[in-house]
Each structure stands twice: as C-alpha cells, then as structure tokens.
Design a protein around this ligand. Structure first.
Ligand code: ZN
Length: 433
C-alpha cells in the first residue's frame, strides 16, 4: 500500500526541514518528501487513482518523525499482569512513539543473549512498534558481577543499564564504562545512592515531614551523578543519566558538558510538569522514583531542557497493576504509566515558549538516535515510514479509562491539555486515534 500525506507542517531536524510539504510512503518506507514552494506546489501523488493509495490530508497538522522513547518498562517476561510487549507497544503507538527501548528489569532479567532474543522475537510477533532491548550492566541486576555485555550487544542490545537499581560499586561502574568505550555503547545510569534514599518514598523536605512520610534527599541522586561523571571522565566511557529530577543534577551535568565529558541526560514529563505536591492525599499514582521534587527543581529542569543540558525527553513508562497502587503509600510500588500522555505534556513546553517545536522534536527523535546510534528518527528518503501526525490545537483530556496500557497509574488523570498525536504510522502501518 502507498500513503500520501499532503499539506502537513513537516518538521524533521535530521534534515533541517521545517515547512509545509508532502510525503509519499511506499512499501513501508519513505519514498519521497518535498516542501511546497510557489513554483513547485507539491511532489504530487503520482497521478495514480488506484485503491491502493491512501491520502491523508494533514492540512493544519504537524508531521514529525515517529517519536523514540529510550526508557520504558514493558514488563515482559515475568510481569505480564502489569504490561506485555503487545499492550506496551500499543500504548506507544497511541502516544506517537514508533520506537521504544525496554529496560532489563524483567524476570528473568535481560542479562544474557537468550532473554534479549526472546524480547526481540516477541516484539516481532506481537509488537506494534520497533522494540530495542537494553541489557543489564550486572548479572541479575544485583550489582555484583558484570553481565555479558559483548554477547548481548551482538544479539541486539543498544545500551546497558541496571535501571530500577543503581550500580552501587564504583569499581563495577568503572568497568562498565570501560566496556562502553570498547563496545561503543552508552551506559544508562539510574543515579541513586541507596544508603541515602533507603526506605524513602517521596522527596525529602517540609512536605514529607508534614505528611509523615520518609523522604529521599536530592543528594541521593546528585552524589551518584557526580560519581558517574568522574568515572566517565576517568574512563572516556559514554555515560547517559536517566530521569534527571533535581536542580543540582542539572548543574552537575551542565558543568561536566562544559568540561567536555561524554555525558548525556534525559528527564521525563512528570519532572517538568508537576511538583511533590501531587503526593498530597497520599496519592500513590504520584509515587515515582526519583520522586517528584519542588517548584525550584521543576524550573531548573525546564531550563536544562531549554539550554540543551538535558538532551532527551523519555517517559520512564512504568506500568503497575491497579491493586498494587491501591496499597498504602509506603507499600505501593514506584512508577507512572507515561506513554499515552508524554507527547501532550511535552507539547506544553512549546505552548509555554520554553522549547521551539524543532527543539522538542530533537529531544524526542534525533537526540536519542545519536546517543543510541540507531538508524531511526528521520524522514529521509529510504527510511522506515515511522511518522507521527499531531494536532497542536486539539484538546486532550487524560482519561485512564481510555488507556490501552495495562497500567492506569498516572497523577495526570482528568488533566486537559492542548495538543495530541492523531495518527501514528509505524513502518507504513496506520494507527488512528
Ligand atoms: Zn530508573
């Protein structure tokens, strides 16, 4: 089948494209892309009137490369009651994502090539978008012994992380970064000093005292970021910091980049949209790790996004079963189901003038491809036809009843936002809202 997308506002930072134009898709690939000019109105759909041609009028809409989420938890194998590769990737395409990278904290842990192979096979059989596995840094994510990074890379792992847990041993983290240099893959660090965060359930401060909940100080994150930056400097390895949540973290990363350290960073929509106050009322849907912070941190994260300190917006999509989030606040698991709300929440940064549309698209397509060195995130002729068409003016009410993810755990229920994805095309297959 061929698809002709016409009159859309195309933004593709990989080619420096930003203007009204048309795209022709054939056989799941971008066949032709062209901007409209007064002398050259359109690339045309080839003059064919066959029934195999689907025409999408994108007048008034944004046409972007399919979004890439470099931090999701698909829960399969092992926790299929929370999410599966099938439901997680369906949530992804509904949210405008055409590529997701899944963290290894499954059961069994993705710490060897057979688990990697299982995820890839399942994704090709039941997945709705491209799934790229992230392998564990240490065996069983126990932080004791390095996993088989080389063989997992050969099997298709595009990065390594013990996400969910930090690598507490500085020596092991040093070795992991040395491997990252040798194999030319990024190490994604979940920065948390467990001796400081131990048993904490929310941000440490006046509010945690008022609520009688044990706090996690910002230093638990910042100490590990500082350590990892020093180790990246020592080894020349490629370090990527996951889910940055504090002002101090942004400052550390900004300074390291100025010194030329090979460090990149991501944040998630909840860290630039809401504060720790979402926890008031013991709302377990606002329980996330690292925790939601203060207004000052939110402002710093936004500034970090604006000035390029933070390269990527990822979701840290962490779905849980409803019953688990119904537990008392102390006992409920950490995590937010983020794939179906990320694009609308991120579009608010454009709406508020913090990012240009081009910058936002970079952080959700081009920058992840550079860090992961994958051949995605572009509308170049010959690329996979991975596209999201978004309506910047359309109101979107967050309604968990309409989620296709099994995880309905979000602190954004009922929020009305401006802008949403309306059509996602993944390798030429069309998903409409
Ligand atoms: Zn994490």
């Amino acid at each position: 089948m061929r698809i002709f997308i016409q009159n859309g506002h195309i933004i593709d930072p990989s080619q420096g494209i930003n203007g009204i134009g048309d795209i022709l898709i054939e056989g799941g690939k971008i066949k032709e892309i062209g901007l409209q000019t007064p002398s050259h109105p359109t690339i045309g759909e080839g003059g064919h009137s066959d029934s195999e041609l689907r025409i999408i009028d994108a007048g008034g809409l944004m046409v972007l490369p399919g979004l890439i989420d470099m931090h999701v938890h698909l829960r399969e194998p092992g926790f299929e009651y929370k999410e599966t590769i099938n439901t997680g990737t369906l949530a992804a395409v509904k949210g405008g994502f055409t590529t997701v990278c899944c963290m290894p904290n499954t059961f069994p842990v993705n710490d060897n090539a057979s688990v990697t192979e299982f995820i890839k096979r399942k994704a090709s059989q039941e997945g709705h978008c491209t799934v790229l596995p992230i392998g564990a840094i240490t065996k069983g994510q126990k932080g004791e012994e390095l996993a088989e990074i080389g063989t997992m890379k050969k099997e298709g792992c595009i990065a390594f992380s013990d996400d969910g847990n930090p690598v507490m041993s500085s020596l092991l983290m040093r070795r992991a970064l040395e491997y990252s240099k040798a194999f030319n893959v990024p190490v994604i660090s979940h920065c948390e000093d467990l001796t400081l965060s131990e048993d904490g359930v929310m941000n440490e401060g006046l509010l945690s005292v008022t609520l009688g909940l044990k706090g996690i100080p910002v230093e638990a994150e910042q100490i590990m970021i500082f350590r990892d930056i020093l180790l990246a400097e020592l080894t020349g390895g490629r370090l990527h910091i996951a889910h940055v949540s504090t002002e101090g973290s942004v400052n550390l990363i900004r300074n390291a980049k100025k010194r030329g350290v090979q460090v990149t960073a991501e944040t998630c929509p909840h860290y630039f949209s809401i504060t720790e106050e979402a926890v008031i009322g013991y709302n377990t849907n606002a329980k996330v790790n690292p925790p939601l912070r203060t207004k000052r941190d939110v402002e710093a994260i936004r500034e970090g996004l604006r000035d390029g300190t933070i390269d990527v917006i990822a979701t840290d999509h962490a779905p849980h079963h409803r019953d688990e989030k119904l537990r008392a606040f102390d006992m409920a698991p950490f995590g937010i189901s983020g794939l179906e709300t990320a694009m609308s929440l991120s579009l608010q940064l454009v709406e508020e003038g913090i990012l240009t549309m081009n910058q936002l698209v970079e952080k959700m397509t081009l920058n992840p491809t550079k860090i992961l060195q994958i051949n995605k995130g572009s509308l170049k002729t010959g690329s996979d036809a991975d596209i999201v068409i978004a309506d910047q003016g359309r109101e979107f009410k967050i309604d968990t009843e309409r989620f296709v993810s099994k995880g309905r755990n979000t602190p954004f229920e009922g929020l009305v936002l401006k802008g949403m994805p309306v059509i996602t095309i993944c390798k030429g297959k069309i998903y409409e809202q």
